[in-house]
Design a protein around this ligand. Structure first.
Ligand SMILES: [Ca+2]
Ligand SMILES: [Ca+2]
Length: 184
């Protein structure tokens, strides 16, 4: 199987949700000296709504202390397509370990005139570890619609090597660039 624009493709259940996803190896500069291809994953997952979140709202450096009970603030942002007021807050979980929110409050953190929700999670419970470049917030609406959003993290208290990885992701965020190393 060859997908349009991709060098080759494979089918696998990447997300482990029981539905098959499509992996596409992209050759972005054919004919040129191109050694760094990228792999795109087309998630066959229409049941999960992608939402916008902002870890450490308003700051680009999303510093997360994974080893303390210091609270991590995660904003669930309102968009044209998603109204936070429909969210069943008891279903919201954050990080690899699926921390439950300590508390939450309504605030328009991005000042777009639409009310957002800021959730607070204990760092230790979130399960974010050194080397993690992003963390996800998941949950469901009162209507049973699942949603998921991710944002970059810079994990505190890690070695220089893993910090460099986090800084790489951060430079993407700061530059606002899109390319093979920068998602979206
Ligand atoms: Ca942030
Ligand atoms: Ca807002």
């Amino acid at each position: 199987m060859v997908a349009a624009g991709g060098e080759s493709a494979a089918i696998a259940d990447v997300t482990g949700d029981g539905t098959l996803d499509v992996l596409v190896a992209n050759e972005t500069c054919p004919g040129a000296d191109c050694t760094n291809g990228s792999v795109g994953v087309l998630l066959n997952d229409t049941s999960v709504v992608r939402i916008r979140i902002d870890i450490d709202p308003g700051k680009l450096h999303n510093r997360v202390n994974a080893h303390s009970n210091e609270l991590i603030a995660v904003a669930l942002l309102a968009t044209d397509l998603f109204d936070p007021l429909t969210v069943d807050r008891s279903t919201v979980r954050f990080g690899p370990a699926g921390a439950q929110a300590d508390n939450s409050r309504d605030q328009d953190v991005d000042r777009d005139g639409r009310l957002d929700i800021v959730f607070y999670f204990k760092g230790r419970q979130a399960g974010v570890t050194c080397g993690d470049a992003s963390a996800a917030l998941v949950g469901a609406t009162f209507g049973g619609e699942k949603f998921e959003g991710t944002d970059s993290v810079e994990v505190l208290g890690c070695s220089v090597a893993t910090t460099a990885v986090a800084l790489g992701a951060l430079s993407c965020e700061l530059g606002g660039a899109t390319g093979r190393c920068c998602p979206g």
